[in-house]
Design a protein around this ligand. Sequence first.
Ligand SMILES: [Zn+2]
Length: 268
Amino acid sequence: MNTQTSEVRWARLRPDQLRERQERLPLVYIPYGLCEPHGHIAPFGLDTLKADYYCDQAAQRFGGVVAPTQGYHIHETGFHQPWLDEVVGNEQAYLGGMPPEPVCYHFLYQLRAFANAGFRAVIGVSGHSGGSQIDLRLVAEYFTAQIGIPVLFHSDPEFVEGQYEGDHAGKYEISQLLAIEPELIDMSLLQRGQEANSGGRLALGEDAAEATVEHGKQINEAIIEAIGKMVSQLEIPTSSPPRLSFAQTEAIWQEIKADSRAWHSDNS
Ligand SMILES: [Zn+2]
């Protein structure tokens, strides 16, 4: 029986294949993104698509399994609301945003599912930035402290801090997707936001015209390399914790909610 596969997606693995990958490395990645405007030139799911790519590449290169993608994320709260007003205005934003609480609650239950499925380390990769990752890290902190499983959660620019600066739909982000799925970007639409009845600027970055495939490849490789370094430094427990019940998970949630740091996204 052949259980060897290059497939890394939990949803696409059969039980013996999943176990085989898990026995080699009990690590699960969770991609986080959302739909939000990235100008007329790029698809709404840019943040989701790059998170998917980094997790898939990391699992293929360093081992582990990729959990089903989380495609809704924290938005429209704290500083994001005035930002949306400024860069999207009254136009339709086509946004998949949520407040921090349901996203963090959902994340806690995702972590429970991972632990109960026998994973002993979690790496979250968010294609969406702006501080929402700090709220998810609060959940990660409690889960690690109580269950003993390392949970790391970072937005993609955090992996390459000091090397590259993240942006929104500018040279950085457009380059990232150009290097992943170039057919999803249409640079001929760069001026579209200035045309009448076009739907506005839709949050296009000022320097988007400078985006290149080569620049994107450099950023993407630096991010994947940083994830690899993180994987090599994980302190993975040698055995799984006891099965976590709904009631125990609710108890952790009550503690998280009572923490004075909940929620950064509402207060920044
Ligand atoms: Zn983005």
